[in-house]
Design a binder for this molecule. Sequence first.
Ligand SMILES: Cc1ncc(COP(=O)(O)O)c(C=O)c1O
Length: 352
Amino acid sequence: MEIGSLDTPVATVDLDAVERNIARMQGYCDEHGLAFRPHIKTHKLPAVAHMQVRAGAVGITCQKLGEAEVMEAAGLRDILLSFPLVGAAKAERLAALAGEATVSVVGDSEHVARGLSDALAQAGAGVDFLVECDTGFGRTGVQSPEAAAELAELADGLPGLRFAGLMTYPTLPESGPWLRAAREAIEARGLRVERVSAGGTPTHLINHLVGEVTEVRAGTYVYGDRSCIANGSVPLEDCALRIRATVVSRPTPDRAILDSGSKTLTNDPAEEASGGGHGLIVEYPEARIYTLSEEHGHVDVSACSPRPDVGEVVTIVPNHACGCTNMHDEVVVHRAGHVVGTWAVAARGKLR
Ligand SMILES: Cc1ncc(COP(=O)(O)O)c(C=O)c1O
C-alpha cells in the first residue's frame, strides 16, 4: 500500500528520515564523547525509543511520569524524568517505577526533593537526583550556582535520593560558565557531579563547546518540523512527520479549506521568520495556512500557481512536531511512500 491511498487527515512518519536523524544526532554525540539521552516527548512511540537506544543512546528522557510508565512497560530500562514531580500521587508512582527500571529525576526545590524522598523511602526504592539549573532560559531551575549546591547537599542527605549531577534546558552559550560555578560549589561541599544533562535540538551543536555538559537530551530532532527547518537543525527532506490533508472546499479563488485544523495540526504558530502560518504545505510552499478552526485549515492560495483543486491531497510539515504527534492515536509508518505499518502513539495524552 502507498501513502497516497490513505484516507485523510493522517499523520505519516518516514522511517528512512527517522533513521537518518537518529544516526546524525548519535554521531554528533559519539564524536564528542557525550552521552545521548533522547527526549521521547516528540514521538511517544516505544518502537522509536528502542531504535534510539539500539543506535547508542544511554537511555531516554520523558517529560511526564505517564510517558515513562508507558516506556518502561515497553522495555525501556533507563529513564530520566525531566519535569518536576510534585505531590504524593506522583511520588508513589515514581517509587513504583523505580522498582522496575533505573530512574533519575530532576528538581529545583526542597519541596520536590522531600516529597519524592518520603515516598521512595517508604517503598524502599531509590533514584538519582539531578538539580535543575536555570542557566538562562527563564523557566524552571534554581537561580544561582550556590542554590544548586545547597539543594544538591540537601537531596543527597535524603533517603531514596542520591545526588548525581545537574540538568539544564536548553543548552545556551552561557550555560557552561554557570554549570562550572555550580560544579565547583558542589565539589566544595564534598559531593561529586557525575553527570550534567543539557539539551534541546536547536542548540545541540554547542553542547561540546560550552563545557561541563556530559549528556545531551534532544527530542524534536527525530522528526524535524518547520521550526527545525527555520533554525537549520533539520532539513526539509529529513522532516519525518507529515500530515496528509485533503482540500475539501475552494470557496473563493484565493481560499482553500483543508480537512485538517487545530485538532490535527495543533495551534502552534510559526515565527514569521519561518513563513508564518500553521505549517508548510510541501506541494504549495507559497500557500499560507493563515488560521485554523478545529477541523478546518484555512489556506491563502493567492500566491500559488497553479492552485490546488477540491479533492487534492497535500502534505503538511507541522510547525511543531511534538504537539502534533500528541493529537494522533496512530501514525502510519512508511519507507519512500510504501506503508510498512501503523503504530499506536502509545504515550500520547499522558499528561500526568
Ligand atoms: C527538559 C527538556 N529537555 C529536552 C527537551 C528537548 O528539546 P527539543 O525538543 O528542542 O530537542 C525539552 C523540550 O521541550 C525539554 O523541555
